[in-house]
Design a protein around this ligand. Sequence first.
Ligand code: ITT
Ligand code: NA
Length: 183
Amino acid sequence: STLRFVTTNSGKVQEAASYLDGLRRVEQLDYDYAELQSDDLAAIATHGAREAYRETDDDTPVIVDDAGLFVRGLSGFPGPYSAYVEDTLGIERVWELASDLDDRHAAFRCVVAYTDGDTVETFTGAVQGTMVAPRGDGGFGYDPIFEHDGTTFAEMPTDRKNALSHRGRALATFADWLAERAD
Ligand code: ITT
Ligand code: NA
């Protein structure tokens, strides 16, 4: 059966399709849902999934993901505001803020919200790392300033990043849940 991934990013759809191979066919729903203002990724993703399900006129289940970079020494900034901060300050300025810290620990977090119209389920994933001066030109967003095991996400081949990433971990947990339901 089919699952719709509500996103403007076709790369995410391919990533989800590989995790859900044999479980679901994944198609993109390129719909820019009204993002709830909240400091809680799960609340944002749940709201988006419900809204997208309502907007479509059949009962195909949908997933939405919401992700962000949480810098410990900046009290979790930019967190749920990561997209906005990337567009306004830019990642170089975020690195400048982090470079003044003694504690440069950061985590990417992701929540995938699934709804089939009846229930909503959420699945989370996180990856730990360190803020560094920009390196590498792969990936997107904050990848050049996030280092994991000595390598920035922008220096890694996409398949390696996806195997480690917050989104990959959330999708893997979701895939396990779907496999157990087996319907
Ligand atoms: P959609 O809402 O259309 O799916 P998005 O890119 O705006 O796409 P996300 O919730 O995935 O939404 O990400 C929010 C921001 O967090 C994103 O703009 C990036 O700045 C950052 N981000 C998320 N995942 C990232 C990753 O794997 N690498 C680097 N930055 C990431
Ligand atoms: Na619907």
